[in-house]
Design a protein around this ligand. Structure first.
Ligand SMILES: [Zn+2]
Length: 158
């Protein structure tokens, strides 16, 4: 089961939801599955406002275009070995493996973003964790370089 702090208010007009945005003490806002999801299944078809602006909860649709104001996907957590991916052609959130009800949903931010709103340290625990997360088309920031140096090693290539 997921945290009792999950504040999900059902919308009676909407089909049965598969996702809920939750507030986690360690993670902040995050998204959890409300039902089991099969590998390869579409968890959500999403929409939102597409424009040129990058924000903390926007996601890149294509170079120079970002979707914001989404119901769930703007709150997905990052993981270096995520359980979901975003299909930015079909606007679908897809399960990469079997996901159990209550599980935290994650994507690899570098899979969609050329540049992140803000680079950050990662401790997701994946064997291939990159430890400092950037967009796929940007250099590690000076803060990230100092962080990695303090950790005693270079980051693995994306
Ligand atoms: Zn990681």
């Amino acid at each position: 089961m997921f945290s009792s702090s999950c504040k999900f208010v059902p919308d009676p007009a909407a089909p049965a939801p598969l996702l809920a945005v939750c507030r986690d003490a360690a993670l902040g806002l995050c998204v959890r599955a409300l039902h089991d999801c099969a590998p390869g299944s579409v968890i959500e078809s999403f929409d939102g406002d597409i424009g040129p602006r990058v924000s903390q909860h926007s996601l890149q649709v294509r170079p120079g275009r970002h979707i914001a104001g989404t119901r769930h996907i703007g709150y997905l957590s990052h993981a270096c070995d995520p359980n979901c991916r975003l299909d930015m052609t079909r606007f679908e959130l897809v399960a990469l493996r079997a996901i159990a009800a209550g599980e935290l949903l994650s994507i690899d931010y570098a899979a969609t973003e050329d540049r992140l709103y803000a680079q950050f340290a990662c401790a997701c625990g994946a064997p291939g964790c990159r430890r400092w997360i950037t967009g796929r088309d940007e250099a590690i920031s000076p803060v990230g370089a100092r962080f990695l140096a303090a950790q005693g090693g270079a980051v693995a290539p994306v």
